[in-house]
Design a protein around this ligand. Structure first.
Ligand SMILES: NC(=O)C1=CN([C@@H]2O[C@H](COP(=O)(O)OP(=O)(O)OC[C@H]3O[C@@H](n4cnc5c(N)ncnc54)[C@H](O)[C@@H]3O)[C@@H](O)[C@H]2O)C=CC1
Ligand SMILES: O=C(O)CCC(=O)C(=O)O
Length: 409
């Protein structure tokens, strides 16, 4: 399924329950601005290569637009629109004073040297610096980008506009990054998982988790769940998976990944195909890689009781329906993975105030925010008799819609 179709489907389903009317529906679904730029660089061997960069700014009624930057060969303009709109709903679910944006470059970063990555990033900033800004559109890490990429963005943007740490979040700790951003998405998932398990009457201790993707989101989630007493029985990355029904030794796995760059070949479990992790015999499945992991062709094979979305858009609407009919509870991305942008907000606030918070404060604020959002969504789901996803969209559309109307069109 097309990325945009899925998000539009979820949005429309909630908007129709709320009866917002076709005109407001169209207004809220239409991005404010879509930017598509040429990103040409000289490779280390002197060849010229041209890549395409995107930045979609979806909605700014609640504040500056916020969202990650993805380097991936398959990224498209439509995908950026879908992901930017998800950011609008996500920031509204956790009640941050932000709108939504997302961007990326269609590139396979594994084919570039560090110097080439730097030139690519700086060139991309050259091309979009006039439409972004600390009070307009603030980027952050997403798939295949990291604190170093954020540092280059900050530096390049500052060459045009003066010292601007708040132009981007997820920066290195040594360069205005906040404590706790690296693990924030995983930590937010941990807090949501605790709430869900409590409501489902399942103790964390002994609950079996399978996690697809072992990057920023997947790896921190695995570590935090393991530290909390969870049993991580399967993990995967783009190269393959590893499975141990007794539970993987997560610190050992981290050592292995640090050494080899992949979960494959880890001695503490059996090798499996990347996709098999989705269908492993577990209690909770956490897709934390790319979109469309769960679709109409494979949703019936999921054995988990709960799916908690670490990735953005991992469940297609057909899969969502199949899972719902089978009684599998799905915790939507716009709630489950909102910890990352929440701590990005704390970083931005610290940058604007020239302050630096202790990690305990970051984590305590994050826990409060995630719990509050979960309570609101769960309460709406009960009162409206809808899924958690539809409830999260209802909460978000209500907040964004109100801000839009109050500001005037
Ligand atoms: N980084 C963040 O703070 C946030 C990220 N997200 C979402 O979480 C997801 C993962 O993002 P990050 O962890 O930041 O990216 P990352 O680049 O750090 O890691 C991605 C991981 O997914 C794996 N992967 C890619 N294709 C795969 C496949 N077909 N099967 C299994 N594994 C595969 C990669 O090998 C890698 O381990 C994305 O959907 C992203 O949009 C959502 C909220 C915040
Ligand atoms: O931290 C941020 O600002 C954005 C993170 C992000 O891209 C996401 O939540 O999908």
């Amino acid at each position: 399924m097309h990325a945009l179709e899925g998000i539009h489907y979820y949005f429309r389903k909630a908007a129709r329950i709320m009866d917002v009317g076709e005109r407001i529906e169209t207004l809220l679904a239409t991005p404010l601005r879509e930017v598509k730029v040429q990103v040409s660089i000289e490779l280390d061997n002197g060849e010229i290569r041209t890549f395409i960069g995107y930045r979609t700014q979806h909605d700014n009624s609640r504040g500056p637009m916020k969202g990650g930057l993805r380097y991936h060969p398959t990224i498209t303009q439509d995908e950026c629109v879908a992901l930017a709109s998800l950011m609008t709903w996500k920031t509204a679910v956790v009640n941050l004073p932000y709108g939504g944006a997302k961007g990326g470059i269609a590139v396979d970063p594994t084919q570039l040297s560090m110097k080439e990555m730097e030139r690519l990033t700086r060139k991309y900033v050259d091309q979009i610096q006039d439409v972004i800004g600390p009070t307009r559109d603030i980027a952050a890490p997403d798939v295949n980008t990291n604190p170093q990429v954020m540092a280059w963005i900050m530096d390049q943007y500052s060459r045009y506009h003066g010292h601007s740490p708040a132009i981007v979040t997820g920066k290195p700790a040594e360069l205005y990054g906040t404590r706790g951003r690296d693990s924030a998405t995983g930590r937010g998932l941990l807090y949501i998982t605790r709430e869900i398990l409590r409501d489902a009457g399942m103790p964390m201790k002994g609950t079996r988790f399978a996690i697809q993707g072992f990057g920023n989101v997947g790896s921190h989630t695995a570590q935090l769940l393991w530290q909390d007493g969870g049993v991580v029985i399967a993990v995967s990355d783009v190269y393959g998976g590893v499975y141990n029904p007794q539970g993987l030794d997560v610190p050992g796995l981290f050592e292995h990944v640090k050494r080899t760059g992949t979960v494959t070949g880890f001695g503490g479990g059996q090798a499996c195909a990347s996709e098999d992790v989705l269908f492993s015999d577990c209690d909770v499945l956490i897709p934390a890689a790319l979109g469309h992991a769960l679709n109409r062709n494979n949703a019936n094979a999921v054995r988990a009781r709960l799916v908690i979305e670490g990735a953005n858009g991992p469940t297609d609407p057909e899969a969502d329906e199949i899972l719902d009919k089978r009684g599998v509870l799905v915790v939507p991305d716009i709630l489950a993975n909102a910890g990352g942008v929440t701590v990005s907000y704390y970083e931005w606030v610290q940058n604007l105030q020239h302050l630096s918070w202790e990690e305990d404060r970051v984590n305590a604020e994050l826990e409060r925010t995630m719990k509050e959002a979960y309570d609101r969504v769960a309460q709406l789901a009960r009162s409206r008799k809808v899924t958690l996803r539809t409830a999260a969209f209802i909460l978000a559309i209500g907040r964004v819609g109100k801000a839009t109307v109050l500001r005037g069109i």
